[in-house]
Design a protein around this ligand. Sequence first.
Ligand code: XIL
Length: 341
Amino acid sequence: ENEMKFDATEPGRNQFSYGGADAVTGAASRNGQAVRGHTLAWHKQVAAWVSQDGVKNNNNYSRRELLDILKNHIFNVVGRYKGSVREWDVCNEVLDDDQSIVRTNPDAYTLRPSIWATHIGEEFIDSAFVWAHQADPEAKLYINDYNVEFAGNAKTEAYYNLVKRLQKSGVPIDGCGLQCHLTTGQLDTLKLEKNIRRYADMDLDCIITELDIALANPHAADALTLQAKEYGAVTRVFLRNDNCPSMLMWGISDNHSWRQNKPLLFDSDLQPKPAYYNVHAQMRLAAERAGQSGIEDIRGDETIVSTRYIDLYGRPTTQNGLVIEVNTYSDGSVKAVKKVY
Ligand code: XIL
């Protein structure tokens, strides 16, 4: 979560510190895993020598100096992980929370104040992408933000406008990331998918970068089941859209999350939750549909307590024809199997 941020990698000017980031890439390479780099230009977790709060220019750098600082940072960090970081969040959370501007100007967006945006100008984004591309031409480069998941929402539209502008300017951008810090009850898969698909029309990726789904009502009896459903629904959207090649969870177990209310796939004892089983089931189904094998059945032999049927798009259906049978087991876990009746 934090090892590749500015304050971790460059704690003093031109003094780079790669212990944490090396541990991550080392573990990944020993285990055959790919790594996303997060993040190069952000307004938070900026080293204090750049800005005390990520916005103020309390060291009175000139615009030229700030450009040099950002360029040197990007060349060092991206250069070091050339070949071992597959994709970078080049710029993170550059948009302001207030995007009411899109109501009067449908092509507009408002940047948030930051040490980079306020004291360099919007071109810091263009430059950051160009430098990252020069430092590692093979790496995929993304912009990343929150509250930009559902088509129609003002910030989602502003994000789309900004990405369009970057692409039109010839910036080497591969796509945009939707953080997906959600709470149960918020998910609208139609609007999520509509959003992802319009980037496909522009030949851009639209990926899920920081998924977690907190429980809106942690004490409700069906809280974990609802969470499992929503995790499964996001997974299906991910699996059926070719321009959505990555889906990452923002953490592993509930007790190590940055959020309250049990947002992740494993509980505090590192036991898989219903959400885990449903994500797994969706992936297994997709692999089966694609004629692949290799995703193992992960269940023990608990008894089935309830069964429902869904079609291949996740819509409720009856026990008729080709259906997905979704069984909930006595331990709360969920397993889906494809059947023909
Ligand atoms: C969070 C980390 O998870 C925390 O450990 C840290 O204290 C603050 O940052 N959006 C992002 C992430 O892009 O970098 C943030 O990570 C969560 C919100």
